[in-house]
Unconditional design. Structure first.
Length: 334
């Protein structure tokens, strides 16, 4: 059961004061790595403050982590995989949580292979050994990828692997490819001494998989009571990404102040890969950050049915809303 969050104390203040003191803690899906830098840029450049918001970013433990935090009202906003949110809402109908801003227009779900082991394209997986951690998000979507590319799963040997052993097994040639997030498994394999020219990154979104990736999610009770705050938050997020694209090195410095032990060069490469491949897509550059193509989302739901049996009739209006996206041109990434 999900309990409607308590009205924030700030809402009891006069309208002007409430705006000046609106607290919006933000629950990330993962640790403070390269792709989280834009949110710290938005803090350091005063973009949230300019919207009358006080924002603290909290690390997460995976794509599912932020969803119950936002659904219960513990956090008004979070960052989570849209496909996980769709399943969550099917299993918890009426939970007050929805995606309000798409960030990973292309999800990072990928197959990472070794060219020297014969894997460069989807068809090359036939007759090969594929390493896949059972809880892996990319592995969960692999049947969709296989169906869209005419792959016979019976002709691919699936080797269950752990997250710590996934890339080492690929580097050692014990598997010809693995499932994983593009910017994570690629960099992990490269760090193990495999030449980047020998690594193939087959992004599922480039091969028939219409799924979206991670989005900013909001507690709908909070959003209905504080629509201007949510719109301001989304405007600041877009500004953070735009500033990051203009100066990635500065963004990594902002991140390093929160994660001083990180490998700055590695996180810069991770951030750059995520921006180029997942965030600043052709669609986003043409249409701006944050919104979706309704037809694509409808098709994505149909693809999800290949791997998940819905308990209730799917309804895309329950999963994403553009109601709080700013309409002042601030979503443009040009």
């Amino acid at each position: 059961m999900f309990h409607r969050p308590l009205i924030l104390a700030a809402m009891l203040l006069p309208a002007g004061a409430a705006l000046a003191e609106t607290s919006m803690p933000f629950a990330l899906d993962w640790r403070f790595e390269g792709p989280s830098a834009p949110y710290f840029v938005a803090i350091d450049q005063g973009l949230f403050a300019a919207e009358g918001l006080s924002v603290e970013v909290t690390a997460g433990e995976g794509s599912l982590d932020a969803i119950p935090k936002v659904a219960t009202g513990a956090f008004p906003v979070g960052f989570a995989d849209l496909n996980s949110l769709i399943r969550f809402l099917d299993q918890n109908p009426g939970a007050p949580v929805i995606a309000a801003m798409m960030v990973y227009d292309k999800p990072a779900f990928a197959v990472i292979g070794r060219k020297s082991l014969g894997v460069e394209a989807p068809a090359d997986l036939m007759g090969k050994v594929l390493g896949a951690p059972p809880p892996d998000g990319a592995w969960a979507q692999f049947p969709i990828f296989a169906a869209e590319n005419g792959l016979d799963m019976d002709q691919i040997t699936i080797e269950p692997v752990g997250f710590p052993t996934r890339e080492p097994m690929l580097a050692e040639g014990k598997v010809a490819a693995v499932t994983g997030f593009s910017f994570t498994s690629y960099l992990n394999t490269k760090r193990l001494g495999i030449d980047s020219e020998d690594i193939s990154v087959i992004l599922m979104a480039d091969h028939g998989v219409d799924l979206y990736g991670n989005a900013v999610i909001v507690n709908t009770d909070f959003a209905e009571a504080n629509p201007e705050a949510v719109t301001g938050f989304l405007r600041a997020v877009a500004g953070g990404w735009k500033a990051t694209a203009a100066d990635p090195e500065a963004a990594i410095r902002a991140l390093a102040s929160r994660n001083p032990g990180m490998d700055a060069a590695l996180e810069l490469e991770r951030l750059t890969l995520a921006m180029e491949t997942n965030v600043m897509t052709d669609w986003v550059m043409e249409n701006g950050m944050g919104n979706i193509d309704p037809d694509r989302l409808a098709n994505a739901v149909e693809q999800i049915k290949l791997t998940y049996e819905f308990q209730n009739e799917p309804d895309t209006a329950l999963y994403f809303s553009d109601a709080w996206l700013p309409q002042d041109g601030s979503l443009s990434m040009e």
